[in-house]
Design a protein around this ligand. Sequence first.
Ligand code: NAD
Ligand code: IPM
Ligand code: MN
Length: 351
Amino acid sequence: SHNIRLAVIPGDGIGREVVAEGLKVLDAVGLKLETTTYDLGAARYHATGETLPDETLAELRGFDAILLGAVGDPSVPPGVLERDLLLRLRFELDHYVNLRPVKLFPGVEAPIAAARPEDIDMIVVREGTEGPYAGAGGVMRRGTPHEIATQESLNTAFGVERVVRFAFEKAAARPRKKLTLVHKTNVLTYAGDLWSRVVERVSAEYPEVTTDYCHVDAASMFFVTQPQRFDVVVTDNLFGDILTDLGAAIAGGIGLAASGNVNPARPGSESWAPSMFEPVHGSAPDIAGQGKADPTATILSVAMLLDHLGLAGQAARVEQAVAEDLIGRQTVWASRSTREIGDDITARVAG
Ligand code: NAD
Ligand code: IPM
Ligand code: MN
């Protein structure tokens, strides 16, 4: 088999710290691996004004996958790195599936005292290229008392159908075979209507999958009170962003939540581009540089990356090592440093 060519974007804040641990674990898996690191993020922006140069984007297309830490820094105006670097990567590489498992591992102390691991085991399929993230809208009379800011949500039949189909495929492959659409059809009537009709139409092709609907406000409540209601959740980009931080919280904390920005096209096909794996959390400026960040979310993202590349056995090894490490933790915010957690999980992977 050929070398795995991996692009690495550590980014900002704790992104750099957690990616170092993710790479350590990946090395321990023992694959033929070739990594190239890109210094994109706040430092690069301050030094050169660049966020994501076109040549770099073109280069990134040539990798098998991308591992990203986090981007965003208090010294950079909000949105510059988030939109022009992170979202640009998701949009340009057509990561229309943002895959975010919400899973309570045995031994992890969850905020819902009664929750057992079998109660919290879902996967959120967050749309990744449209919705309010598309950037449509604008501002008039800025800075005046009459300022008008609009921020529109873009929803296309093509974009909704492809992510909904992916979600049905996922649901059909899971034991419970349940798919819940989460939206706000009672208020966002145009977009909600499109999402509902698409789910309804595609559901006819998956008779074995039970389909369900939940408004996003009620879904937020049920995530906390009845998480066992959910198996596969398919939702809009912004709802999915918010719900998956909540999902992280109910599953033991943001330091454990992994994600994949997936381009599901067949390798070699025209629409294929590398998928990008990253923790759900951000650059955490409040704890950056102190060795306090939990690298587990990044390590689980590495497992998702391996799985995406067809290396299911290696992915399972990494996930198993994490599961064993988690059983040994007394609390989520245990006193080990970022590096110590990375070393311990690496040792388990190495065997
Ligand atoms: P955040 O996720 O960075 O931090 C929220 C809270 O969670 C903080 O108290 C932080 O210390 C804690 N936390 C986060 N990750 C942790 C970890 N691995 N271990 C222990 N504690 C952890 O969210 P924020 O503070 O809202 O955003 C900070 C910056 O990150 C912003 O610039 C934002 O735009 C950016 N951001 C980037 C991404 C990304 O790159 N995918 C995601 C979210 C936020
Ligand atoms: C995430 C982050 C990003 C998002 C930001 C940083 C653009 O919050 O990955 O969840 O909103 O998607
Ligand atoms: Mn988020």
